[in-house]
Ligand binder design. Structure first.
Ligand code: COS
Length: 387
């Protein structure tokens, strides 16, 4: 691994400034209300499409912005700063769906789907997890059986981000039950395809404006040409997608933790106890200093993984480290920031309780912290605990 210290370019800084302004002026305005109503910010994604945020790393010829991953994580953390629900949808869409279609799609698939994805007309979802297959996706039981020039998909996927609002779903299914990971394939399924049914919509403690649903495939017929790459490549596609997805969750964590820190600083500067602002107490100042240091460490891990991806290096381990550290970090930070707010932090009068709830799932989705440790240690030992 090459260690690199870098300065953000003018273009990267420009993107950060543009997204920061949009995020704080537009996304932030309805975030608290949507947390209450669970209303999906559909119109914001249209605007984000117009701003180029829905296909950031997709090449320009397919309607994307062709930016690097550093610009992408800067933008994503700015969106997460205002609304973590919006950020997770943006993350799955860009990191997982657009990246997979761009990397594994053939020319026809890219020409057909990428412009719809990058414009924000179609939001992407990725259907890998099943009721009994979460950390161990190889044990999934959804099947895809070839029938003439179609595949017939049957099975139930669970906890699918944007399951209800997605225009395009990448679904994994077993095409060869005798094989393990090499028996899994990935398919592109459009919204409205008969047999693609939106099931239960979860009532979650956080990220409430982002829909998380079951997707039921009931004799769902997709054209054979909608297979992504080839039969047996589904697990590799999922793992590659999750590498980039995990950088996205790191960016989401950095954004939410920065929002929590800023909220805590603002509160501490205004709140008086014992005849002085609580920001004057050393105990609190040291808490703030530790929080800022942890956020900076997470940001550097996020940049490091993104830079390795941009250089074309294998970044699996670095993405897991960034995801592991950042997602654990944001839970510590939102907890401390809430503590600084005292009793007010426990009410809906301040945004910190939303940040605290939103961040809780970051150590769980796109691979739990325990799975990240498996990935990191497997990469260190390489032998994967085989005798
Ligand atoms: N990129 C590309 N290929 C990868 C990969 C990666 N990051 N990780 C694994 N692979 C490949 C391996 O190279 C191997 O292929 P070959 O047999 O051709 O060498 C194959 O995939 C199987 O790898 P492995 O044996 O490591 O798979 P395991 O079943 O042991 O699973 C873990 C590995 C646990 C890391 C994986 O199942 C995982 O990430 N689980 C968590 C899933 C998750 O995040 N779920 C949440 C979903 S939210 S969408």
């Amino acid at each position: 691994m090459i260690y690199m210290f870098f300065k953000l370019t003018d273009e990267q800084l420009m993107i950060q400034t543009m997204v920061r302004e949009f995020s704080r002026k537009v996304v932030a305005t309805t975030a608290a209300e949507r947390d209450r109503t669970k209303e999906f910010p559909a119109e914001n994604f249209k605007k984000m499409g117009e701003l180029g945020l829905m296909g950031m790393m997709v090449p320009v010829e397919y309607g994307g912005e062709g930016t690097d991953t550093i610009s992408y994580v800067l933008a994503l953390s700015e969106i997460a700063y205002s609304c973590a629900s919006t950020a997770v949808v943006m993350s799955v869409h860009n990191s997982i769906v657009c990246e997979s279609v761009n990397k594994y799609g053939n020319e026809e698939q890219k020409t057909k789907y990428l412009p719809q994805l990058t414009s924000g007309e179609f939001i992407g979802a990725f259907a890998l997890t099943e009721p009994h297959a979460g950390s161990d996706p190889v044990s999934q039981s959804t099947t895809a059986v070839r029938d003439g020039d179609e595949y017939v998909i049957n099975g139930t996927k669970r906890f699918i981000t944007t399951g209800k609002n997605a225009g395009l779903v990448i679904v994994t299914a077993k095409t060869d039950e005798a094989k393990r990971h090499k028996g899994i394939s990935a398919f592109l399924v459009e919204k409205g395809t008969p047999g693609l049914i939106v099931g239960n919509i979860e009532d979650k403690m956080g990220l409430r404006a982002s829909d998380t649903t079951d997707l039921i495939f009931e004799n769902c017929r997709v054209p054979a040409e909608n297979i992504l790459s080839k039969e047996g490549d589904g697990f590799k596609i999922a793992m590659t997608a999750l590498d980039c997805g995990r950088i996205g969750i790191a960016a989401q964590s950095v954004g939410v933790s920065q929002a929590a820190l800023d909220a805590a600083v603002k509160y501490a500067k205004g709140r008086e106890q014992f005849n002085q602002k609580i920001s004057k107490f050393q105990g609190l100042r040291w808490m703030i200093a530790d929080m800022a240091t942890e956020i900076e460490a997470a940001r550097q891990l996020m940049f490091s993984a993104a830079a390795m991806k941009d250089r074309g290096e294998n970044y699996t381990s670095q993405a897991s480290m960034a995801k592991l550290f950042s997602s654990e970090m944001v839970n510590r930070i939102t907890g401390k920031a809430l503590q600084i707010h005292g009793g007010y932090g426990f009410t809906k009068d301040y945004p910190i309780e939303r940040f605290y709830r939103d961040a809780r799932v970051f150590t769980i989705y796109e691979g739990t912290s325990e799975i990240q440790r498996v990935v990191i240690s497997n990469n260190i030992f390489k032998d994967k605990r085989k005798p």
